[in-house]
Design a protein around this ligand. Structure first.
Ligand SMILES: Cc1cc2nc3c(=O)[nH]c(=O)nc-3n(C[C@H](O)[C@H](O)[C@H](O)COP(=O)(O)O)c2cc1C
Length: 218
């Protein structure tokens, strides 16, 4: 079985979160086509996410082990274990779906905290005197970023406002994830649009992504 990692970053329960509802709908339709995938779900506001601390690292982006690990107290050892586990989970996936709201023109801070937790040397990246190489190009991987936003950002200039989407695109590309798709659900907080209409307007984009997503992974 191939693995799809579904990451959500809204503080709301699914019943009232636009991004989570869109993500769930996409997954249901995706699984109807791809029975060879199993999904692991990670709700970033539903887990106790470690706060990466300098004491957890033995070098730049390498987690402590051996005597350095043993010297930590139980809570800190648990944080290191959790960072190791989250990184391994991410590494093992073939495809990613991230569903997040736009917050202050980016994404909620938990998503950044999560990315900081998993960005480990010799695991997702390799640090060398020449720079940083991504290590996720060992197999075909794909990524879909679903963003819901209160406002509407016209297509011609949306690249200027979607910092969160652009950041994830650049980061994942750098890591070696070959295919990136996005669906923007816009206007959820505008009186003339609202959640239902915003979701309805994004259906065409979802259908187009569904045609392509994971088509490249054999
Ligand atoms: C703290 C906060 C910051 C927000 N910042 C923006 C913003 O910069 N631009 C925007 O269009 N909407 C912004 N919104 C509105 C949300 O993006 C919008 O309500 C979204 O649909 C929520 O998705 P969810 O229901 O999945 O949580 C913000 C909402 C909150 C709570």
């Amino acid at each position: 079985m191939k693995k799809l990692l579904y990451i959500t970053a809204s503080t709301k329960p699914e019943s009232s979160s636009v991004s989570k509802q869109a993500g769930r709908d996409f997954l249901t339709r995706f699984h109807a086509r791809h029975s060879d995938y199993e999904t692991e779900e990670l709700d970033l506001y539903g887990v106790d996410l470690p706060e990466p601390d300098y004491r957890f690292y033995s070098g730049w982006c390498e987690l402590v082990s051996g005597p350095e690990y043993d010297a930590l107290n139980e809570t800190d050892r648990h944080s290191v274990d959790e960072m190791n586990r989250l990184c391994a989970q991410f590494q093992a996936a073939d495809a990613y779906v991230i569903a997040a709201p736009m917050w202050s023109m980016s994404f909620p801070s938990r998503l950044k905290q999560y990315l900081d937790c998993i960005m480990l040397n010799q695991r997702l990246i390799r640090l060398s005197p020449n720079g940083v190489d991504g290590l996720l190009d060992d197999k075909e991987r794909e990524m879909l970023y679903i963003q819901s936003s209160g406002g509407v950002y016209p297509k011609l200039i949306d690249w200027k406002f979607n910092y969160g989407v652009n950041y994830c695109h650049d980061l994942f590309k750098r890591l070696g994830v070959k295919h990136f798709y996005k669906v923007l659900i816009q206007g959820t907080d505008m009186t003339d649009i609202g959640p239902a209409k915003a979701l309805a307007c994004s259906q065409q984009d979802f259908c187009e992504v569904l045609e392509k997503f994971c088509g490249c992974i054999q």
